[in-house]
Design a protein around this ligand. Structure first.
Ligand SMILES: [Zn+2]
Length: 129
């Protein structure tokens, strides 16, 4: 498994974009059941652990993670974070960002996630998948 470059197809936390791979990665419902939409850090016992979190904060956090993980420049990481967050249920903004809808660029819709969200060398990376 190459977690940093292979597109991860598993579920993602719909708040922070973290891939949900192990059972303990998943958040829990009020009843203690597994919640498929959110990770354990964002969602526990049926509620967001940080309800005050804003989209902007998440963007900067995701940006930081992406910058470190994928070795992106700051501006690239920001753009990638924007793409990731725009795809997450918690931060999806229905009509307001229509002008920047990524779905128009990607026939696959929201499938372009972290893994191919703005690499330093897109041309070299293309054939690698
Ligand atoms: Zn999360």
């Amino acid at each position: 498994m190459n977690a940093t470059s292979a597109p991860s197809l598993g579920p993602f936390c719909q708040s922070c974009g973290m891939p949900l791979e192990r059972p303990e990665d998943f958040g829990t419902s009020k009843e203690g059941f597994r919640v498929n939409d959110y990770c354990a850090f964002c969602f526990a016992k049926g509620a967001f652990t940080r309800p005050e979190l804003t989209r902007a904060q998440v963007l900067s956090e995701i940006g930081r993670i992406l910058a470190a993980k994928l070795d992106l420049a700051e501006t690239e990481a920001k753009a990638a974070a924007d793409r990731v967050a725009g795809d997450l249920k918690r931060w999806r903004q229905p009509a307001r960002r229509a002008g920047r809808a990524r779905a128009a660029e990607h026939p696959a819709g929201g499938r372009a996630r972290v893994a191919n969200a703005g690499r330093k060398a897109p041309r070299a990376a293309r054939g690698a998948a």
